[in-house]
Design a protein around this ligand. Structure first.
Ligand code: ADP
Length: 522
């Protein structure tokens, strides 16, 4: 008993120490001069989105601005962005700016708009070159699903272009926060081409890895287009296995590196499976590498205020959730039975997400009393898998193989469970959305999924987890969930525990601000 009490008091002391530290940093931050931060991303909600990066890029800058720092966002101006709906304005001063690239320069113009939410407005700049970005896809051709063959030029232009137009804009950031491979060359330019430029001398860079497996790899010949010093095309520079590697550039040259969960920060250093060939570089940067868990924008993802679902509900009116289940099943043309749990899936259909496990055990899965609703788009083999499953089990499986934000909200609200059997998952957002919607996550214990979901004995916790990447383990977790669903009192308890969790951006934004502060020169 005494030991328990000692451990408990040590724990409380530690907790209050860390709370003190956060408060101290908070206080210091308020006293110090506000920082200027430029946030770079290749996709930003509400302008252009293929995955979670867009959610983060739309929400984190707002949370930082709420702390009274000046943060602005810059992204490419894709053809799919509707100028009128997104209220894009020309910036007359920033037209036809020559961006040095090999073998010939490209011209850039800048448009501007705002991310608006919660009465907070974050200025967003769009780097424009009609030839490179005036297309409907972000990275791949929408019909062929193949990468655009000139993605090297498109994102070299973006990285170099940002730094050129920023000087013309005359707004000097303390921090440039880069995200994922499309922005990876920015830290390399700052450390080399711009190292003696007074405008950039005091600028520090943060590089956030949202997914280590997407690296922006291009043949050696692409390097000449960057106009980086030739010495950089080597093992200490931006080269990996003879190729130009954008992600490596970010990892090597950024002042600080973050990933989107603590677990993933460890995993990418640990093995090739997670580090995807860059584990050695990640280990080398260990001292500058931290994990900061993504938050959730509850102004967008909250069943109590969600305008995209038929019936709103919260923990106190949990019984209303079933109305959304009815609406979902009607929309997906599946029969409704309150006793049969619906498992939802919303995902990019890529190997990372683990759907080969479903393929392996589909027949076994269909023997359980459940229904499966899938929303996703991506690789053809997974489209085929779910199309076939739908044909074979028309009363049990429905798949929408497309990108549809409204349906994503309805699936979160209308499903009983949410399945994410990922091979790896840097953070994962849908399992956290699911918690708030009372939709119980079934996840593989990897990366952010492991950090955010707990399974306790007898259905205590917030969801169901399996460890090893195997269809048998996944089946067992689904069976546990289906069994627990039969005990509605227990199920309601699970729902309430998940709905009460708070993963809002506030805490994570403060960690980013602390990091910026530790790097900034003022
Ligand atoms: P990732 O970034 O690896 O794709 P995340 O779980 O971090 O995975 O984020 C995925 C985001 O994209 C979520 O907001 C999810 O709702 C959304 N999403 C993924 N696929 C679709 C789709 N087909 N239709 C609508 N939204 C989707």
């Amino acid at each position: 008993m005494l030991t328990v009490r000692l451990i408990l008091s040590a724990f409380i002391a530690k907790l209050s120490n860390s709370t003190d530290t956060v408060l101290k940093h908070d206080e210091q931050d308020r006293m110090a001069k506000p920082l200027n931060i430029l946030f770079l991303s290749s996709e930003v909600e509400p302008f252009a989105k293929t995955g979670g990066l867009a959610d983060v890029s739309g929400a984190l800058p707002q949370a930082i601005k709420q702390n009274e720092h000046e943060i602005r966002v810059m992204m490419p101006r894709y053809g799919c962005i509707n100028e009128r709906r997104s209220k894009l304005h020309e910036m007359i001063r920033l037209k036809d700016i020559e961006i040095p690239m090999g073998p010939k320069p490209y011209l850039a113009s800048v448009k501007s708009s705002f991310i608006v939410n919660n009465q907070i407005k974050v200025q967003t700049y769009f780097l424009d070159n009609a030839h490179l970005f005036g297309r409907s896809g972000l990275y791949v051709h929408p019909d062929t699903k193949k990468d655009y063959p000139d993605n090297d030029e498109r994102f070299i232009f973006f990285c170099r272009g940002v730094l050129e137009v920023l000087k013309r804009l005359g707004w000097q950031p303390d921090i440039i926060h880069c995200n994922d491979w499309p922005t990876g060359l920015v830290p390399a330019y700052i450390r080399t081409v711009y190292k003696d430029d007074p405008f950039y001398r005091d600028v520090r860079t943060v590089f956030t890895i949202h997914n280590m497996a997407y690296q922006g790899v291009f043949p050696k010949s692409s390097f000449a287009k960057t106009l980086l010093p030739p010495s950089l095309m080597g093992p200490e520079g931006v080269e990996l296995n003879g190729n130009l590697n954008f992600l490596k550039a970010g990892l090597q040259f950024a002042d600080a590196i973050t990933t989107v969960s603590e677990r993933y920060a460890q995993e990418i250093q640990g093995s090739e499976e997670y580090g995807a060939g860059l584990e050695t570089v990640a280990r080398k940067r260990k001292a500058d590498l931290t994990g900061i868990l993504n938050g959730i924008d509850y102004t967008v993802w909250d069943p109590a205020a969600d305008s995209l679902i038929p019936v709103r509900y919260d923990a106190k009116s949990i019984e209303l959730k079933v109305e959304n289940k009815k609406a979902l099943l009607e929309k997906m043309k599946l029969p409704f039975d309150e006793k049969v749990p619906v498992i939802g899936i919303i995902s990019r259909l890529a190997d990372q997400k683990g759907f080969d496990l479903i393929g392996e055990v589909l027949d076994q899965l269909m023997k359980l009393d459940l229904q499966l609703v899938i929303l996703g788009t991506g690789e053809k083999k997974y489209h085929d898998l779910f199309e076939k499953a739908q044909k074979r089990f028309p009363q049990r499986v429905a798949a929408a193989l497309t990108f549809n934000n409204d349906l994503a909200h309805l699936i979160e609200a209308g499903s009983d469970m949410f399945l994410m059997p990922s091979r790896y998952e840097p953070c994962g957002l849908n399992q956290i959305y699911s918690l708030r919607y009372g939709t119980i996550p079934i996840v593989r214990a990897t990366g952010g999924l492991d950090d955010t979901i707990d399974e306790g004995p007898g259905g205590n916790g917030t969801g169901f987890k399996f460890k090893s990447y195997s269809s048998a383990e996944m089946m067992k977790a689904i069976q546990r969930a289906v069994a627990a669903y039969k005990d509605q009192a227990l199920w309601r308890k699970l729902m309430r525990t998940g709905m009460a969790k708070d993963f809002s951006w506030e805490a994570s934004a403060k960690k980013y601000i602390q990091l910026y502060r530790s790097l900034a020169r003022k």
